[in-house]
Ligand binder design. Structure first.
Ligand SMILES: Cc1cc2nc3c(=O)[nH]c(=O)nc-3n(C[C@H](O)[C@H](O)[C@H](O)COP(=O)(O)OP(=O)(O)OC[C@H]3O[C@@H](n4cnc5c(N)ncnc54)[C@H](O)[C@@H]3O)c2cc1C
Ligand SMILES: NC(=O)c1ccc[n+]([C@@H]2O[C@H](COP(=O)([O-])OP(=O)(O)OC[C@H]3O[C@@H](n4cnc5c(N)ncnc54)[C@H](OP(=O)(O)O)[C@@H]3O)[C@@H](O)[C@H]2O)c1
Length: 473
C-alpha cells in the first residue's frame, strides 16, 4: 500500500444521513456497529426538531405498541455516538455542495409524506382529501393547517391498504376513545365535533387482494359503538384468490376474518358504522346544484375478478351519496434538489442504495435508503434491511469516496450558525420530549373501566414552539 492509500484507509469516515426516520436511524446504527478498523462519525439531519419521521407523523395515535420501536430507536440516538441535527432542511438550509464539503458520503433517507395522485374527475372538489394530509393533521404535523373540516355524515375512504384502515378508524372512532393517546388538543376538539355516522372503505379488488395486515384489520372491530357492515355480493374469489389464500397465511387469516364478519350478525345498533366494500373502482367524485364545488357523492364501477386476482370493469356504475372523500391509495416520495428523481415511482434512482445518474452510473459518495430508495411500501422493520444493503455498499466503496474538504465536525455547525439556521440537537429533543410528557401528565381523564388515566404525552404542534423548547429559548 502506498502512503497515500494507507492515509486514506486510516482516515475517519464522515457521513451525513438526511432524514431521521427509521431508515436513517437504522443506517446510522448499522454503520456505527459495522466491523471496521477506522473511525466513523455520523451526523443525522432532519427537517423537524423531532426525530422518527413517520413514526411520529404517520403511525396512528391509537397504536401504542409501536412505542417499543421508538424506545429502541431512542436508545440508538441516546448512546452519544451519532449526532442529531434537527430543524435543518436539505435543499433550503444546506445544498448538496455544502454537504460535499463536510462529508465523504451522504445518505438520503427522506421517506415519503405526500399522497399518490388519484386521477378521477372531481378530485379537486372541496371535501376531497388526501389520506396523507389527514394523517398529518391528526398526528400534529407542524406544516399542515390546524383546523380540519369534519362536517360530513357519510364519508368514502378509497384504498384497501393499512393507511385506509387508519384513516377510516380515526374518522369513525369516538373522539373520547382517543383521549388516552398523544393526539394534540385541536385534533381532539375537531374529532369531537364530527357528525359522522357512516364511513365506507372501498377496494377496487376483492377480499383476497386486500393489502391490509391481519392485526390492523381485526382492530377495526375493537372500536366502541361502531358496527362493521359487509356485503355478500362483494365476496368473490377466483383462481388467483384461491392460490393466494392457499399460499399466504396473512391473506387466509384476513379472508377468514372478513368472512366471519359477513356471516355473524354485526348490527348492534351502534351510532356509527364502518362499511367495507370490495370490487369498486373509483370513477368520479361529484358535486350537486345545492352545494356547487363541494363533494356530494362518488361513483364507482363494479369490477369482477379476471381469474388471476386482477379485476376488469363490469360496466355497472354504482353511486354513493357522501360529503367527503379520503384518498388513501398510497404515499409518494418527493423530489429533492440536485438529486435524481424517478417521477413514475417517486424514488431516487439507485442500485441497492447507490444513487445512480441518468446513464445508470453510480454518483460517487451519494446513497439512499428507506422509502425514498424503494418506494412507500413496507413496515418500519423493513427499513432495517434497506439500511443493511446501503451501508454494505458504502463500506465497499469507502476507499474511493470523494474526501470531504472540511471533515472537522465543528465546521458544519459554524456554517449553520453563520446562516442563522436554528438547528436543534439530541439534547434539545430530550427537552421537547420531556415537555410533551409533562403536558400529557397534566391531562387526567376518567376511563370507564380502569378509573383515571394519565396520557403519556401530548404533542407540541407548532414548529416555532418545538424549536424554542428544544433550544431552551
Ligand atoms: C400513515 C402511516 C402509518 C404507518 N403505520 C405503521 C405502523 O403502525 N407500523 C409499521 O411498522 N409501519 C407503519 N408505517 C410504515 C412506516 O412508517 C415506514 O415504513 C417508515 O416510516 C419508512 O421510513 P423512512 O425512514 O424511509 O421514512 P420516514 O419515516 O418518512 O422518514 C423520513 C424522514 O426524512 C425527513 N426529511 C424529508 N425531507 C427532508 C429534507 N429535505 N431535509 C431534512 N429532512 C428531511 C423527514 O422529516 C422524516 O423525518 C406507516 C406508514 C404510514 C404512511
Ligand atoms: N399499522 C401498520 O402496520 C401500518 C399502517 C399504515 C401503513 N402501513 C404500511 O405502509 C405502507 C403504505 O400503506 P398504504 O396503505 O399507503 O399503501 P398500500 O398498502 O400500497 O395500499 C394502497 C391501496 O390503494 C389501492 N389503490 C392504489 N391505486 C388505486 C386507484 N387508482 N384506485 C383505487 N385504489 C387504488 C391499492 O389497490 P391495489 O392493491 O388494487 O393496487 C391498495 O389497496 C404499507 O406497506 C402498509 O402496510 C402499516
Amino acid at each position: 500500500m502506498t502512503n497515500a492509500a494507507a492515509d486514506s484507509a486510516q482516515r475517519p469516515l464522515r457521513v451525513a444521513i438526511i432524514g431521521a426516520g427509521p431508515a436513517g436511524v437504522y443506517a446510522a446504527d448499522i454503520l456505527t456497529k459495522a466491523d471496521r478498523d477506522f473511525e466513523v462519525s455520523i451526523d443525522l439531519f432532519d427537517q423537524y426538531p423531532a426525530p422518527y419521521g413517520l413514526i411520529r407523523y404517520g403511525v396512528a395515535p391509537d397504536h401504542p405498541r409501536i412505542k417499543g420501536i421508538v424506545n429502541a430507536l431512542h436508545k440508538v440516538l441516546d448512546r452519544g455516538d451519532i449526532r442529531f441535527l434537527g430543524n435543518v432542511n436539505y435543499g433550503r438550509d444546506l445544498t448538496l455542495a455544502d454537504f460535499r464539503h463536510f462529508y465523504d458520503a451522504i445518505i438520503f433517507a427522506t421517506g415519503a409524506i405526500k399522497d399518490a395522485p388519484l386521477n378521477v374527475p372531481g378530485v379537486e372538489l372541496e371535501g376531497s382529501f388526501g389520506g396523507a394530509e389527514f394523517v398529518s393533521w391528526y398526528d400534529g404535523h407542524p406544516d399542515v393547517p390546524r383546523d380540519w373540516p369534519l362536517d360530513a355524515k357519510e364519508v368514502a375512504v378509497i384504498g384497501n391498504g393499512n393507511v385506509a384502515l387508519d384513516v377510516a378508524r380515526i374518522l369513525s372512532k369516538h373522539a373520547d376513545d382517543l383521549l388516552t393517546t398523544e393526539i394534540p388538543s385541536n385534533v381532539y376538539a375537531g374529532l369531537k365535533k364530527s357528525p359522522v355516522t357512516d364511513v365506507h372503505i372501498f377496494g377496487r379488488r376483492g377480499p383476497a387482494q386486500v393489502k391490509f395486515t391481519p392485526l390492523e384489520l381485526r382492530e377495526l372491530s375493537h372500536s366502541r359503538d361502531v358496527d362493521i357492515v359487509l356485503y355478500p355480493e362483494d365476496f368473490e374469489f377466483d383462481e388467483g384468490s384461491d392460490e393466494q389464500i392457499r399460499t399466504n397465511n396473512q391473506t387466509k387469516t384476513m379472508v377468514n376474518t372478513l368472512t366471519n364478519w359477513l356471516v355473524e350478525e354485526q348490527d348492534t345498533g351502534a351510532c356509527r358504522r364502518l362499511h367495507l366494500h370490495f370490487l369498486h373502482n373509483p370513477v368520479e367524485i361529484y358535486d350537486d346544484a345545492a352545494n356547487p364545488g363541494k363533494v356530494a357523492g362518488m361513483k364507482f364501477e363494479r369490477t369482477e375478478l379476471d381469474g388471476t386476482g386482477n379485476v376488469r370493469g363490469t360496466g355497472e356504475i354504482v353511486d354513493y351519496p357522501v360529503q367527503a372523500v379520503y384518498r388513501a391509495i398510497g404515499y409518494f416520495g418527493s423530489e429533492l434538489p440536485e438529486v435524481g428523481y424517478d417521477e413514475q415511482r417517486g424514488v431516487i434512482p439507485n442500485e441497492g442504495g447507490r444513487v445512480i445518474n441518468e446513464d445508470g452510473a453510480p454518483v460517487p459518495g451519494i446513497y439512499t435508503t428507506g422509502w425514498i430508495k424503494r418506494g412507500p411500501v413496507g413496515l418500519i422493520g423493513h427499513t432495517k434491511g434497506d439500511a443493511l444493503e446501503t451501508i454494505g455498499f458504502l463500506l465497499e466503496d469507502r476507499l474511493n469516496l470523494p474526501a470531504a474538504t472540511h471533515p472537522d465536525p465543528s465546521s458544519i455547525i459554524e456554517l449553520l450558525e453563520e446562516r442563522g439556521v436554528k438547528y436543534t440537537t439530541w439534547e434539545g429533543w430530550l427537552k421537547l420530549d420531556a415537555y410533551e410528557r409533562s403536558l400529557g401528565a397534566s391531562y387526567i381523564h376518567p376511563d370507564p373501566l380502569t378509573g383515571e388515566l394519565v396520557r403519556e404525552r401530548v404533542k407540541v404542534v407548532d414548529r416555532e414552539e418545538m424549536t424554542r423548547i428544544s433550544r431552551g429559548e
